[in-house]
Design a protein around this ligand. Structure first.
Ligand code: GLC
Length: 536
């Protein structure tokens, strides 16, 4: 009889599979030099805070060279750090110190477009129609006898047409170029071989410097439909204040050829096995979403269902089920997020004030109880709400101008973080913060919240710690538990039970040892708008 051949030892799960990522919007995090805009040395000084919070990794929004027409998502040189944020050396220092504290560092990369100040775009303008320089972007002649109408009817995400007409070198009105976002963000043509080659060079540049991975901006963009056909332009209701409007059939996004691009990028990632790629993928359909995280494409993709879901038990359950189903089919890991720099903060979405706070507390416990990677947007751990009454003169999001002052844009979720002290700018800067900070945030500072056990920050700290040390959070699956109307309960493979009370009355908890609740148990019951973790 042949002796049984032992199989290879199972590979350890990659670090990112169940990591807690902390998203830093660098402009708003901490300013070290008094110019009112957060920077990398400011972030570095606060790494001790992030260690205390207990996060495993950072996702840093774009810090590459940029004229900042869209907060850095308009990149003029992808292989340098903008002086505004401290320059390249400060990134190296940040990576070193974060690693020293066992925090991994991922950064945003922007493949869909460049800045209009990028050397390629400047060369394309100078080179003229039909040139190889123009072929790196989407330059087209206009429609109509004199070419004065845009090549198609696509709108820009930020309002107005997605095309801008240029003036040619001889002074005459010339071709149009495509920009799905702001005019300062011309779309790259990924069919031109220079484009993927340059992006691969950028990935290797950062990975060799020690970066642990990338958040890939607009990862469902990049490939455009052949011939750039007109689209059915959706009529948005006038009172629609949602910042992100998307539709799976929007021809500007989610074209099949995008998967070829991801497969190519994955071969670069595989040269650095520790690193992770996380795609921003606004796609609803589970099968189409799952396609992005097939074994030879992205490692992870943001699933925004939970962030789009109101505080309603049935809808939350549906979001969780769908997010799990979308990745299960392809053997990938789920991701969870309640907010980011593009969407209204959760405290506000859930009703604002005390009720919004209570629900946000419950939802972070629900989120941290789920299997997979969790993304926390800076300031969520302080329970910051959206600031929707910023003075018009202060607004900086390109949406404000592009919409003809009808949509305020995303600045309300980007107000700088309050660190300490009694009045603005609460230690964020010694100068004038780039967006005004409300005086009533005096009670929301990190300093104040660290002192109080019942603060949002203390809840985050306790919950993240429990999640990382308790074996009950183990295993990839979950099972729904029977629960009274208006409630929700699920059990993790490892034995953790998470209960959400979304009713307006207290409920009796199932039997078990209570690990943590988002609101103190009163008279033996879990109060309304609260969550509990139990082990049985
Ligand atoms: C992504 C970013 C957003 C940016 C856009 C254009 O959606 O999250 O902030 O404006 O891409 O780069």
């Amino acid at each position: 009889m042949q002796p049984a051949v032992p199989g290879p030892a199972p590979l350890p799960a990659p670090w990112w599979r169940s990591a807690v990522f902390y998203q830093v919007y660098p402009r708003s995090f901490a300013d070290s030099d008094g110019d009112g805009i957060g920077d990398l040395p400011g972030l570095r000084e606060k790494l001790g805070y992030l260690e205390l919070l207990g996060v495993d990794a950072l996702w840093i929004c774009p810090v590459m060279r940029s004229p900042m027409a869209d907060g850095g998502y308009d990149v003029a040189d992808p292989r340098d750090i903008d002086p505004l944020f401290g320059g390249l050396r400060t990134m190296d220092e940040l990576i070193d110190e974060a690693h020293h504290r066992h925090i991994r560092v991922t950064m945003d990369l922007v493949p869909n477009h460049t800045s209009d100040q990028h050397a390629w775009f400047v060369a394309a303008l100078a080179a003229g129609p039909g040139s190889p320089e123009r072929d790196r972007y989407y330059f087209r002649d206009g429609r109509g006898a004199d070419g004065s109408a845009p090549p198609n009817n696509w709108p820009s995400i930020f309002g107005g047409p997605a095309w801008t007409r240029i003036t040619e070198a001889d002074g005459r009105p010339g071709q149009w170029y495509l920009h799905i976002f702001a005019p300062e963000q011309p779309d790259l043509n990924w069919e031109n071989p220079d484009v993927p080659a340059d992006f691969e060079q950028t990935m290797r540049f950062w990975l060799r410097r020690g970066i642990d991975g990338f958040r890939i901006d607009v990862a469902h963009g990049m490939a455009k439909p052949a011939g750039l056909p007109d689209m059915e332009v959706p009529q948005r209701p006038v009172d629609d204040t949602h910042l992100v409007v998307h539709d799976d059939n929007d021809p500007r996004f989610n074209n099949p050829a995008v998967h070829e691009i991801h497969r190519r990028l994955r071969t670069v990632m595989d040269e650095f096995p520790i690193a992770v790629s996380i795609g921003e993928v606004w796609v609803d359909d589970n099968t189409r979403f799952g396609d992005y995280v097939r074994p030879d494409e992205l490692h992870l993709a943001f699933n925004f269902r939970l962030a789009e879901t109101p505080f309603h038990p049935g809808r939350i359950r549906d979001a969780v089920d769908n997010s799990l189903r979308a990745v299960a089919a392809v053997g990938a890991s789920p991701t969870w997020t309640l907010s980011n720099h593009d969407i209204e903060r959760e405290v506000t979405r859930y009703g604002g004030g005390d009720i919004g706070q209570a629900r946000a507390r419950a939802m972070i416990m629900l989120e941290l109880a789920l299997p997979g990677a969790v993304f926390i947007y800076n300031g969520a751990e302080l329970g910051l709400p959206n600031i929707d009454d910023l003075p018009e003169a202060a607004l900086q999001d390109p949406t404000w101008e592009r919409s003809g002052h009808t949509e305020r844009g995303r600045d309300g979720c980007r107000v700088p973080l309050p660190w300490e002290g009694e009045q603005p700018p609460f230690g964020f800067t010694t100068g004038r913060p780039w967006l005004p900070m409300p005086a009533w945030w005096a009670t929301a500072t990190v300093e104040k919240q660290l002192e109080r056990l019942d603060s949002m920050l203390s809840l985050y700290r306790m919950a993240i710690e429990l999640r990382s040390v308790r074996p009950e959070f183990g295993g990839p699956g979950l099972e729904w538990y029977g629960s009274p109307p208006g409630c929700l309960a699920f059990r993790r493979d490892g034995g953790l039970l998470c209960v959400l009370n979304a009713t307006d009355a207290p409920i009796t908890l199932p039997a078990g040892e209570v690990l943590l609740t988002s609101t103190p148990i009163t008279a033996g019951k879990l109060p309304a708008n609260s969550a509990a973790w139990l082990i049985q």
